[in-house]
Design a protein around this ligand. Structure first.
Ligand code: MN
Length: 738
């Protein structure tokens, strides 16, 4: 069972490597001994165990500890916790043992890193509960989250040996939660690596294509950057500034996201790289003044684009990011982004929280600490008691990834809100009582609906009324977690009253019809009334939305199944053997009876068509397999929260049946004579495609249109779209998502 001499040598090598990194953080013998004790305990505890890849398990905690030092910049306690992070989860050791051996602090950190044990009832998402638990640790020790991110980063780096369903679950969690979290904590390079790794596993072909195109264009880019930098270098040298200048290429994932978002090819992405100037400031004048002075030097050389100036020094991002960004007109008529920052700002941007902490204690100039503010907000959100774990995760996610606006109260006090916030978000930001009783808003002294989106610089006054109450539609307009939560809490209380009333009304009605209200009867009628579950059904009755007058008739009709029986999806018959690795062993096994042919449903959110790469998700309520596009955001959300429901097998489209699917395509271009004719020729003439609808309008020489057509599969659609793109004047061809 033990390790071979070869394994031991490998462990030795990695451990020595970790020790070299530890010289950066260990100040005395006590520190060294602390780390060594943790190592020897971990070694003994994981003795003989291997990862799925076959390597000794111990290499994982060692690697995590190394990331914790080298890439996040944490200290001795964090390294100890990283070495021990899987010990309680996977071995005989308990949290109490940790406390006895390493003290209370380490024990509580390891506890935060241990998944929950115990029995879960089937309705709660075990995964979401686990994340909730991890995120709760934010409120007392951010280091636990940072170690968790290091753990995730190493698992992503070694994801290749996992089976497909695990890869989807893990990448789903990563893209949904861990990458935004890393971003929010200021760990930019880890965030980018996590995203790139997700893409590499989920979309290997696209990943390889973009990587190759980046390599091919490398030499030309280098040449351009040198040409662009030359006069800047000369000027900065003349001014005796101690600086470094570099060209930063965008990550593969962010290039791909932009291609998706804008539906443009690689060649049309103009901001593939940015120029970064990092300098060591003089003690005087302020860092800010010195940054602006460099800005001034650069804009003496190149003309800036006025609307692309970003000053994150006067007003740092919520994750602590500071820099001056400007886009200038470079040689050959190309816009180039230039980032100007000091070494301190660079450290914070690269290493996030830990670096932030270091400087915070070293300087006193920081009067406003954005990071602390965010943590305070998280703590407040975590204190909301009733929220279930899945809602919690969704809300938490909202507080990640946001750019910000600054608005003012009537008294001139400034408040930061995420971009896209409405007057309602502002109202709830001040107090939930104000939000709950808001009826309208005065934005810059002008009366507006309370759902109006607000902009940076607006001054807002909320008008309230005692008898006002939140409306369910508000949930669609507000974007902050705080507002969502307060509205939900209010509606929940109200809904509970409606449910009770609805149950009573249904009970009376059934008694009058002389029918016994069984589970079977309920399952039949609930969908007939357009309700997803019985709670919704009851509450709609209670609120008077559903009338029970025609209940008797409804009970007699046959419930219409939404399942497409003639579907052409199948799962190739191949039983893969599944060995669960310790680190991921808390999931339940897939409960699928291979004898039963699965029913497929097409996901409403992304509506895949044959040929699209798809992933199956087993709906726990019906047992049906819901088929999502592999790139669907909703799928990532589900994978992050209910990963065990991701279908293990790859789902394939069968090519036998000649069915057609309705898709909608958006066109945009420059209007000209005969364009419409060319269009009609392509769509009907060349492909014998069945058009259902064309809507076209042109204004100011711009032509815009939507075409609804029937296609057999994604390949057919691609062919039509390619043909459309070739029409003279057409600039954008995009598949509509709904
Ligand atoms: Mn681990």
């Amino acid at each position: 069972m033990g390790y071979t001499a070869e394994d031991e040598a490998l462990i030795r090598e990695k451990w020595d490597d970790l020790l070299r990194s530890c010289t950066k953080i260990c100040k005395n013998d006590e520190d060294w001994n602390f780390i060594k004790r943790a190592f020897f305990l971990a070694k003994e505890a994981h003795e003989g165990v291997r990862r799925r890849s076959g390597e000794p398990y111990l290499l994982h905690p060692i690697a995590v500890a190394k990331i914790v030092i080298d890439e996040i910049g944490l200290g001795v306690k964090s390294v100890v916790a990283a070495l021990l992070h899987d010990v309680v989860e996977d071995t005989e050791y308990t949290v109490e043992d940790m406390e006895r051996i390493f003290g209370a602090k380490i024990a509580s950190m390891v506890d935060g890193l241990t998944k929950m044990s115990g029995v879960f009832n089937a309705d709660t998402s075990e995964q979401a509960e686990y994340f909730r638990k991890v995120l709760l640790t934010l409120s007392d020790d951010v280091r636990v989250i940072l170690i968790k991110i290091a753990d995730r980063l190493h698992n992503m780096r070694t994801l290749g040996s996992m089976p497909l369903n695990k890869q989807i679950k893990i990448t789903g969690e990563t893209i949904y939660l861990f990458a935004p979290l890393a971003y929010r904590l200021g760990l930019y390079s880890i965030k980018s690596e996590l995203e790139d790794l997700c893409m590499k596993y989920r979309f290997p072909q696209q990943y390889a294509e973009i990587t190759q195109k980046l390599q091919e264009s490398e030499a030309t880019r280098r040449e351009f950057i040198d040409k662009f930098n030359a006069p800047i270098i000369e000027a900065l040298n003349r001014d005796h500034i101690n600086y470094e200048i570099s060209g930063r290429v965008k990550s593969v994932y962010s290039i791909w996201s932009k291609m998706q978002r804008k539906q443009i090819p690689f060649e049309e992405i103009y901001d593939l790289f940015a120029i970064r100037i990092v300098f060591k400031p003089l003690p005087f004048p302020s860092e800010k003044t010195q940054c602006w002075s460099i800005y001034s030097t650069i804009t003496d050389i190149y003309t800036p684009k006025p609307d692309r100036l970003r000053d994150w020094i006067s007003m740092p991002k919520a994750n602590g990011y500071e820099a001056l960004h400007s886009t200038v007109m470079g040689p050959d008529g190309v816009w180039v982004e230039v980032q100007i920052r000091t070494q301190r700002m660079e450290d914070i941007a690269e290493r996030g929280f830990a670096a932030h902490w270091k400087y915070k204690h070293a300087t006193i100039s920081q009067d406003e600490d954005e990071f602390d503010k965010w943590l305070k907000q998280i703590r407040a959100a975590l204190n909301s008691p009733t929220e279930n774990a899945v809602d919690f995760l969704d809300n938490f996610k909202l507080s990640l990834y946001t750019s910000e606006i600054v608005v003012f109260t009537p008294k001139g006090e400034s408040r930061k809100l995420p971009f896209g916030a409405t007057a309602l978000d502002f109202a709830y930001d001040i107090h939930s009582k104000i939000g709950n009783s808001a009826i309208s808003a005065k934005i810059n002294h002008k009366l507006e609906p309370v759902t109006t989106q607000i902009n940076s610089g607006d001054q807002i006054e909320i008008i309230t009324a005692d008898n006002a109450r939140p409306k369910p539609e508000w949930l669609e307009t507000v974007i902050t977690a705080k507002a969502k939560q307060a509205i939900k809490n209010f509606l929940k209380r109200e809904r509970q009253n409606n449910i009770e009333r609805g149950m009573q009304l249904l009970d009376e009605k059934m008694k009058s019809l002389n029918i016994k209200l069984s589970g079977r009867v309920l399952r039949k009628i609930v969908p007939l009334y357009d309700s997803n579950n019985k709670e919704e059904f009851y509450s709609k009755i209670g609120a008077g939305i559903i009338s029970l007058d025609n209940l008797e008739k409804a009970l007699k009709t046959n419930s219409k199944s939404k399942i497409l029986k003639f579907w052409t999806l199948f799962i190739p018959k191949k039983q893969e053997e599944e060995i669960d690795e310790g680190a991921d062993s808390t999931e339940l096994p897939d409960k699928v009876d291979p004898a039963v042919e699965p029913q497929f449903e097409i996901a409403e959110c992304c509506k895949p068509i044959p040929g699209d790469k798809v992933v199956g998700y087993r709906d726990p309520a019906t047992g049906n397999i819901i088929v999502h596009k592999a790139a669907c955001d909703e799928l990532n959300r589900l994978a992050a929260q209910y990963g065990k429901n991701i279908v293990k097998e790859e789902i394939k489209w069968s090519q036998h049946k000649a069915m057609s699917y309705l898709v909608s395509v958006k066109l945009r271009g420059i209007d000209r004579m005969g364009l419409l004719l060319d269009l009609a020729k392509v769509v009907s003439g060349d492909f014998s495609i069945n058009i259902r609808e064309i809507n076209i309008h042109s204004h100011d020489g711009i032509f815009e249109g939507d075409i609804s057509l029937y296609v057999k599969d994604a390949e057919g659609l691609q062919a039509v779209m390619d043909k459309l793109r070739k029409i003279k004047g057409i600039e954008r061809v995009k598949r509509n998502m709904n």
